[in-house]
Design a protein around this ligand. Structure first.
Ligand code: NDP
Length: 240
């Protein structure tokens, strides 16, 4: 059981995979910092359910807002033990028809969002001289590429590269950095996916659930995962 000072920030915690991660980590005994952008109401309801949780609200693409909010939170409550970079969007369209905005917003949310959130959190984590954990939520699309997702695949492949490089920098500080790469998971993001068609590409022949991803995140945050870093853990029913 983690001690009360083990605070974990989860971005995009109000719904979908982020909310499942929050519920799972609450059961594990962490003190949670739930981040949201538009889903304030859902996040407040979740915080009420979880108890040991507070809420930070900002757009992860807004570097200044992220920096100011996270810095103020750390000044008040201390350095985080863990950061889970979960917030992300998709804007699927075949590349020849892709609008500039579709490219920019997907990269800005997943990849710049990683920088905007982890950068202000990292020096306090290092200065705390305690073990720490960073987990990014990437995607099977970042490993394999996917039609109609050139923007999303680029963002998630970039996130995996950033995860691996940061793992090298932080290894001597006992802070592990890993990525969880889900396949098709049933959430709002995939509500327009034809799972009858998609399951032909999934060896387990079914989509995954947000809890399946949360379980992997819980494992990587646990004390026992101390020697696991720079890894990408697939949660995809055998897709890759
Ligand atoms: P949802 O669409 O259900 O949730 C997306 C989350 O990201 C929300 O909590 C949302 O917060 C947050 N978010 C989006 N844009 C911003 C922003 N600009 N600033 C702050 N927060 C933002 O998606 P999922 O739960 O399915 O996805 C979670 C992560 O898992 C994403 O990174 C996604 O790419 C990844 N993933 C999902 C897969 C799937 O099949 N579902 C497969 C592989 C990876 P709010 O509502 O508060 O605005």
């Amino acid at each position: 059981m983690p001690d009360a000072s083990q605070q974990v920030l989860i971005t995009g915690a109000g719904r979908g995979i982020g909310a499942a991660i929050a519920r799972r980590l609450a059961r594990d005994g962490y003190e949670l910092v739930l981040h949201c952008h538009k889903s304030r109401g859902q996040t407040e309801a979740l915080a009420g359910e979880i108890k040991a949780a507070r809420i930070l609200q900002f757009d992860v693409t807004d570097r200044q807002a992220a920096r100011e909010t996270i810095t103020a939170d750390i000044e008040k409550f201390g350095a985080y033990y863990g950061v889970v970079i979960n917030a992300g969007i998709s804007a699927d369209v075949p590349f020849p028809g892709m609008a500039d905005e579709d490219w920019d917003k997907v990269l800005n949310t997943s990849l710049n969002g990683f920088y905007n959130v982890v950068r202000p959190a990292i020096m306090p984590m290092i200065s705390a001289r305690r073990p720490g954990r960073i987990v990014t939520i990437s995607s099977v699309s970042g490993l394999l590429g996917n039609r109609g997702q050139v923007n999303y695949s680029a963002a998630k492949a970039g996130l995996i590269g950033a995860t691996r490089a940061l793992a090298l920098e932080l290894a001597r500080h006992k802070i592990t950095v890993n990525s969880v790469a889900p396949g098709f998971i049933e959430t709002d993001m995939t509500k327009n996916v034809d799972f009858e068609l998609a399951k032909k590409f999934i060896p387990m022949a079914r989509p995954g659930q947000a809890d399946d991803v949360a379980h992997a995140v819980s494992f990587l945050l646990s004390a026992g995962a101390v020697y696991i870093t720079k890894q990408v853990l697939g949660v995809n029913g055998g897709m890759c």
